[in-house]
Design a protein around this ligand. Structure first.
Ligand SMILES: [Zn+2]
Length: 434
């Protein structure tokens, strides 16, 4: 017995199919077993109704889910001041359990806004792994590192990465993956980066790192290393890791772009976070024209301030049009591809998610288009998903064939309980801050 989506609009993202088809989609076990018409209802649970649309779930290529606890704390500051005067001091007060509760809050928001996969970087990542394990979302988790100069602490961070791999990598047939997560070049020295690269190569995992987020990062790198961040990472061999996800990449020279293309580096583009922290606007249109692979990310809720991919898609597309003074830049369909199959390519899982295709994992979402902002219903659904839809129009989120949200109710998270736990944490942390 499976789930049969019947007589609905389907955006498959599969380039061999029309952009939107009307038909049936059958999920059996964790996989999409059939897409067609007139699939017999048999003993399947049938999901049908007027004006429903199914598409692949969003892939959030850059997040810090537990930072949901810091939403609304320390806004309107530039990156370095924000990190050092607000974020890092309060983060040092968070316990492992806090990170777990923060992850639950962030993942709840993501499931409700149609995200089925996310790539995360933070401390105490075993707690984020535990949350993914329990909740059922597809989570790629990276152990964020900052070089401290304290041999014991730094060694422990590397050990924690190895333990994280032992405990979570490829859990549930690859639903959870582990990556190394050196925070950035300005928070890690060469030896520490190389130590993490050695682990990535030996354990065959990816590397997740912030690169060229601000103009200052590039200027400092040129001043102290005589190189741009990307050419420095290339020189020390980090770009030859099994795969690399570089987030932000706002400031890339022509030479950097060539390196990124040649080394097949995936970019996580975070338009809202880059705007909010005053970092700038990455010229994604230009990167994509060069054949560079780009996905979309939200970054943490403290710099966005939400984890809503639909919102991010809208910013991504509109910003490229404005930046390039070109209304044809990053079309609705290209943006949708970036947020699905593009993200899957960045995370190296495009052979199993990112499209709706027979044999692929059933990671999908469903929109209820019975809303004023979807009418006239006869016009392009793709345009309306990207430019008009709200995440509250999403009425079903499924990962590996399991329904995690139906009719806006989460099936694996007790939200009220989570809210209470979050309030308890904040009361304690603020008291410690006094
Ligand atoms: Zn980040």
């Amino acid at each position: 017995m499976g789930y049969l989506f019947k007589n609905i609009s389907i955006i498959t993202i599969d380039s061999n199919k029309p952009e939107v088809i009307i038909g049936d989609l059958l999920v059996e076990g964790s996989k999409i077993s059939k897409i067609g018409t007139k699939i017999p209802k048999s003993a399947h649970k049938v999901i049908e109704g007027k004006n429903l649309l199914v598409m692949p779930g969003f892939i959030n290529t850059h997040a810090h889910v537990s930072m949901s606890l810091l939403r609304g704390y320390g806004d309107d500051l530039e990156l370095f001041e924000w990190l050092s005067s607000r974020i890092w001091p309060i983060e040092s007060k968070l316990t492992k359990k806090d990170v777990y509760i923060g992850a639950k809050l962030g993942i709840a928001e993501m499931i409700l806004s149609g995200t089925t996969t996310f790539l995360d970087m933070y401390q105490d990542m075993e707690m984020v792994g535990k949350a993914c394990q329990e909740i059922g979302i597809r989570g790629h988790i990276s152990r964020g590192t900052i070089y401290t100069g304290n041999e014991k602490l730094d060694h422990a961070a590397l050990l924690q990465l190895e333990e994280l791999i032992d405990q979570y990598h490829n859990y549930d047939d690859g639903r959870i993956k582990v990556l190394a997560g050196p925070h950035a070049i300005y928070t890690n020295n060469k030896e520490f980066l190389k130590a993490q690269l050695e682990i990535a190569n030996r354990r065959n995992i990816g590397v997740n790192i912030h690169v060229s987020e601000t103009e200052k990062e590039n200027e400092d790198a040129l001043l102290t290393l005589g190189k741009t961040p990307i050419s420095y990472l290339d020189e020390i061999g980090l770009l030859d890791a099994p795969y690399v996800v570089a987030s932000h990449m706002v400031y890339l020279t022509e030479e950097d772009q060539l390196i990124v293309k040649n080394k097949n580096i995936g970019i996580a583009h975070n338009p809202k976070s880059n705007l909010k922290l005053g970092s700038g606007i990455a010229n994604i249109q230009k990167y994509r024209n060069k054949g560079i692979n780009v996905g979309i990310g939200t970054d943490g809720a403290a710099s966005n301030n939400n984890l809503d991919m639909l919102n991010e898609l809208q910013y991504a597309s509109l910003l490229q049009k404005g930046l390039n003074r070109d209304a044809t830049a990053l079309s609705a369909f290209e943006t949708l591809k970036m947020a699905t199959i593009g993200g899957a390519k960045v995370l190296n899982i495009n052979d199993r998610v990112g499209m709706l295709k027979e044999g692929y994992d059933a990671d999908l979402i469903m929109f209820d288009m019975n809303q004023p902002h979807f009418y006239p219903i006869e016009n392009s659904h793709i345009s309306k998903i990207v430019y008009s839809a709200k995440s509250s129009d999403i009425v079903l989120t499924m990962v590996k064939g399991k329904i995690l949200m139906r009719n806006r109710d989460l099936t694996t998270i007790d939200l009220e309980k989570t809210y209470k736990e979050v309030s308890k944490i904040m009361e304690r942390v603020y008291k410690e801050n006094d």
